[in-house]
Design a binder for this molecule. Structure first.
Ligand code: SF4
Ligand code: SF4
Length: 460
């Protein structure tokens, strides 16, 4: 058997991408099922009004972590773009994965409607067999769309509740409507909209070009080796290899890199918004040039390496800035996450400022809102911290079930003369500690309340 040369024996990027897609799909499908203790790895539950992150539950009032998570996401995508171009689009974006499943797996591999190497050629739709194959492809994708839509919902409704709800469809028509709407959009998107979604709808394609520099990795055609196929106005000037200006130019003008492109562009024209960095053109040219014993004319490389023959710098100003920003956000995320409180308590004063009882006893009333954010019933107690002159007159420990909220009235009282001011009432800060008797170290919060002490002439 003829041995493949070093260019042809390399694993194509397409196969590497498939591995990436399998891993991404497994993660997306299994993540909603992974729990640590009684909390999920990731869940944004509207139902329970909670964010679960790495097994810790954050209540809606604690969503101060969300901006950091969003910053992490955007900075991560920007950093990845600066380094590897639209690597996200070609290698991990659900839209690309869905299109590969529909176009390359179902239409091409399973039903033989198209060829992976020629995405431009449409089958002859006047043939009944092709039309029926298309219907079968849409039916298969519709079933998968329902799975994808359900999988999406599991990040907002825990799978255990989701299956419970849909086993009772008449009571959960809203949920079923959402799943069907998402599935319907996915069918339209993948079957009709196709890569136009990446080109016209996705905002990322618009911003990516400003994140590029000459060291960014991207699919890039070597005009030095292959020859200029387009002129300065981006008009195609070379159609046949014999017309190439320089006899050393290597492009065979076979157009394999063009027909394989899912976004229907010609990479020889230079960087284009439509390119999703799938690297199918690199694979295509590797096959063509590899047979001639030469490296591909289209490489996953940088402008510096291909056009200026200078090594690509991975560590440069922009990547250092992204790395610093990412580290900063991660550090902030940990700091903020470590400040998490395991119960919620809001303290509000009632409209009456104070009351004065027999013997110049001054009382202030407060309304306390407790929420048990843990997953077991807890009994809450309250104490004044560092102030012997003010004491809690009215508050009894009580038990609250998981997730429940309750309002309680608390009265603070003093029989001491705390201030002697004839001109005005005086606000005094009082620190209160609320805690769960079952776990006083962990489930414990400190809050400040303002105790209003009356003007001296109001006391007898
Ligand atoms: S030019 Fe087309 S085939 Fe090549 S990486 Fe871009 S999108 Fe993929
Ligand atoms: S696949 Fe390679 S040789 Fe063929 S047209 Fe594209 S760049 Fe030229």
């Amino acid at each position: 058997m003829k041995e493949k040369n070093k260019f042809l024996s390399k694993t194509p990027y397409r196969i590497k991408r498939y591995y990436g897609y399998v891993i991404a799909t497994i993660i997306a499908l299994t993540l909603p099922f992974i729990t640590i203790g009684s909390h999920h790895m990731f869940l944004l539950s509207f139902d329970k009004k909670q964010l679960h992150l790495l097994g810790t539950a954050f209540d809606m009032q604690e969503l101060y972590l969300m901006p950091f998570l969003l910053m992490l996401l955007f900075l991560g995508i920007f950093a990845a773009t600066s380094l590897g171009g639209r690597a996200w689009c070609g290698w991990a974006c659900p839209q690309t994965i869905f299109r590969v499943i529909f176009r390359d797996l179902i239409e091409s591999k399973l039903l033989g409607l198209k060829r992976i190497k020629n995405k431009q050629k449409e089958p002859d739709w006047s043939k009944a067999t092709n039309a029926s194959k298309k219907v079968i492809a849409i039916i298969i994708w519709s079933c998968l769309s329902l799975l994808v839509a359900s999988n999406f919902m599991w990040y907002f409704i825990p799978p255990e509740d989701f299956f419970n709800y849909i086993s009772n469809p008449s009571e959960h028509m809203f949920l079923i409507g959402i799943v069907l709407t998402i599935a319907g959009f996915l069918i339209y998107d993948v079957v009709m909209l196709k890569e136009d979604f990446c080109i016209y709808v996705c905002p990322y394609s618009r911003v990516q070009s400003v994140l590029y520099d000459d060291d960014t990795y991207q699919a890039i055609y070597s005009t030095n080796r292959g020859g200029e196929i387009y002129n300065g106005d981006k008009e195609k000037i070379i159609f046949k290899a014999k017309d190439l200006p320089n006899p050393n130019n290597e492009c065979t003008t076979c157009e394999s890199c063009v027909t394989v492109c899912p976004t229907h562009i010609d990479i020889r024209k230079g960087l284009q918004l439509e390119c999703i960095n799938c690297l199918e053109c690199v694979d295509a040219c590797t096959t063509v040039m590899g047979k001639l014993g030469k490296p591909s004319l289209v490489q996953w490389s940088s402008t510096n390496a291909i056009k200026k023959d200078i090594p690509t710098k991975m560590i440069r100003k922009s990547t250092i800035m992204y790395a610093v920003a990412l580290l900063l956000v991660v550090a902030l995320l940990f700091v903020m996450g470590s400040k998490k409180e395991y119960m919620l308590l809001n303290i509000n004063k009632t409209t009456q400022l104070y009351s004065i009882k027999e013997g110049n006893v001054v009382r202030n009333n407060f309304v306390l809102l407790f929420q048990n954010t843990e997953d077991k019933p807890l009994t809450y107690e309250l104490e004044v911290v560092g102030n012997k002159d003010i004491e809690i007159k009215r508050f009894k420990p009580f038990t609250l079930n998981p997730g429940k909220l309750v309002k309680k009235v608390m009265v603070l009282e003093t029989n001491k003369v705390l201030v002697n001011d004839l001109t005005k009432d005086t606000p005094l800060k009082v620190t209160l500690r609320a805690y769960a008797i079952e776990d006083p170290k962990r489930v414990s919060v400190l809050r400040q309340a303002v105790f209003i002490y009356p003007r001296a002439d109001k006391l007898k």
